[in-house]
Write a protein of this length. Structure first.
Length: 567
């Protein structure tokens, strides 16, 4: 580690790793892993686990494995594997040649199942799923032993082998651990180890019709790969006891993988449950797993968030051992802080109102050099903006009867066009039928290009514009928080689910926007700051098919903070 890294205060997990290295617990080794289930896309909560595991391996000269926990053929698909691999690579994480799959260990797990039966530590149970649930008891009441609990080992072994051969239908039998049906930890009440599932596995095809349960397989996968530190979120703390039991029962010697739990990432105004994300996708509430409103890595990427911003956010919140909810504004802060220095500035008009500068020569095009970045960023560069007789301005930048502190354009009032001239509104043109303002006629001061008026006039307002002749039409998608309340799952009625709290304005599509012509030739996926409107990225998919399409990544400031203060 560098001197700077050594000076940082250690979180409790890194302190544990350093203590293990000091005592030689694992012979000086550090081996971590990230074990996703390929039944959906990764979300920002997963990035916390990824960066923690990968970061520790990097900092302490260890190894990092990517392993897919693919033990449930009903919900796992190759497309999820591919998406997860793409996401983790995009995050900048390198597992080198250590890509593993739980499904490669099925044979070994099956053999260990036979050992448990022979040792009297497991039995084949023939109760139905509902009966097993009923016999299990409750938190307040002990479970009851299955009538098959004392089935002879030879009989269980025979049934287990016939399960493997596909002789029985789903649910006919299961392999269970024989532990304690009165145990206070309900995961220890004879948990299931293998169940019958006549479903094709996306990798193994029809080779198997019985599949290991997660609580049985997970710890064995770590043992097979010789992982030293199993880092997982707090909801798995209750599972640690069954993991240790399984490892003891199959004969994995100590020191062996040690599980340590940390707080999962919960963020206001969103949901992190994969089951709920599936509900949003399958229910058509969003356009897909990469919808920019979702907290998925694919959605964040399409929205314009960078891997560096996600990593910065994870560093900001740190590693804790108590669950809490993180304010969404902290994520937005990390995104703004990252995009501020990397995003060139551009002018865009989302709700165009035509301005005709009557004293500017018709047909004249004046090219203005505008800076790519403000002075405080410390980056050089300019782009050329065409100035013409007719320009577009934001409709909201004009008010016929302005209030006291409205410093933008109004009748007989002057404003500066950003990077260009000072103009004065001389006439307002309205539609005769509707009364809607359709055009402003203005004059300009030809001596104010890039300079203040020579007579000392004080110009309070600056507004944005684009040349009506040269501006490029664009579709602008204004993405916002997916839910309208901080905790979408709280205080729901009996017949309600979390989707009642969806924000109806989480996506506003603006058609007919106008942007600087400099944007037309940039490749899809380029990021910008549209001054006054926020940070945007040209959509890498839609922009190549439907002209220019820009996704808003984040606003320039936390507008929700003001809304919440007002409430």
């Amino acid at each position: 580690m560098s001197n700077d890294e050594k000076k940082k205060p250690l979180d409790f997990i890194r302190a544990m790793v350093e203590d293990d290295l000091r005592t030689g617990k694992y012979g000086g080794r550090v081996a971590t892993r990230f074990p996703p289930e390929p039944n959906g896309y990764l979300h920002i909560g997963h990035t916390k686990a990824i960066w923690l595991n990968y970061g520790i391996a990097q900092e302490y000269g260890g190894t990092f494995n990517l392993r897919f926990d693919d033990t449930n053929p009903a919900s796992e698909k190759q497309r999820y594997v591919d998406a997860i691999i793409e996401d983790i690579r995009w995050l900048g994480v390198d597992w080198e040649d250590r890509l593993y799959f739980a499904s490669d260990y099925f044979e070994q797990m099956y053999e260990w199942g036979e050992k448990l039966i022979r040792d009297g530590s497991a039995y084949v149970d023939s109760l139905s799923e509902a009966e097993i649930r009923d016999y299990r008891g409750t938190v307040m009441e002990p479970g009851r032993p299955s009538p098959f609990r004392d089935r002879p080992a030879e009989e269980s072994l025979d049934l287990y082998r016939r399960m493997r051969e596909g002789e029985f239908e789903d649910g006919a039998h299961v392999l269970r651990a024989k532990i304690d049906m009165a145990h206070p930890n309900m995961t220890m009440r004879d948990p299931l180890l293998f169940r019958i599932r006549h479903e094709s596995h996306y990798r193994r095809g029809d080779e198997w019709c019985i599949y290991p349960m997660y609580d049985y397989a997970h710890c064995l996968e770590d043992a097979i790969e010789d992982i030293t530190h199993s880092l997982c979120t707090l909801e798995f703390k209750v599972n640690r006891e069954i993991y240790d039991w399984v490892l003891d029962a199959v004969g994995i010697e100590r020191p062996r993988t040690e599980q340590t739990e940390f707080a999962r990432l919960n963020i206001d105004y969103t949901v992190m449950s994969k089951r709920k994300l599936v509900q949003l996708v399958d229910g058509g509430h969003v356009s897909g797993w990469d919808d920019p409103r979702l907290p998925t890595v694919a959605g964040l990427r399409r929205r314009g968030v960078t891997p560096e911003a996600i990593r910065k956010f994870n560093e900001m919140i740190g590693v804790a051992d108590v669950d809490s909810r993180i304010e969404y504004s902290r994520l937005e802060f990390a995104i703004r802080d990252d995009l501020n220095w990397r995003s060139p500035r551009r002018l865009a008009v989302l709700d165009p109102l035509k301005v005709v500068i009557t004293d500017y020569p018709e047909g004249r095009v004046e090219w203005i050099d505008a800076p790519e970045f403000p002075h405080d960023i410390g980056k050089e560069g300019t782009r050329r903006m065409p100035f013409t007789r007719e320009v577009w301005i934001e409709r909201s930048d004009f008010m016929e009867e302005p209030f006291r502190k409205f410093y933008r354009l109004a009748p007989d009032r002057e404003v500066r066009l950003r990077h260009a001239y000072v103009i004065r509104c001389d006439e307002v043109v309205k539609d005769e039928d509707t009364g809607e303002i359709v055009e402003l006629r203005c004059s300009h001061d030809p001596d104010t290009l890039g300079a203040n008026p020579a007579d000392g006039r004080r110009i309070k307002g600056t507004i944005h514009w684009v040349s009506a002749e040269h501006a490029v039409p664009a579709e602008v998608r204004l993405y916002d928080r997916l839910f309208s309340v901080p905790d979408p799952e709280a205080d729901l009625g009996e017949d309600q689910d979390f989707t009642v709290n969806l924000n109806p304005e989480s996506l506003i599509v603006v058609e007919g926007a106008r942007v600087e012509p400099a944007l037309a030739d940039d490749r899809p996926g380029t990021r910008y700051q549209f001054e006054r409107h926020g940070y945007f990225m040209s959509d890498p998919e839609a922009s190549s098919q439907n002209g220019l399409v820009f996704n808003r990544t984040v606003t320039l400031r936390d507008s929700w903070a003001r809304m919440e203060k007002d409430r």
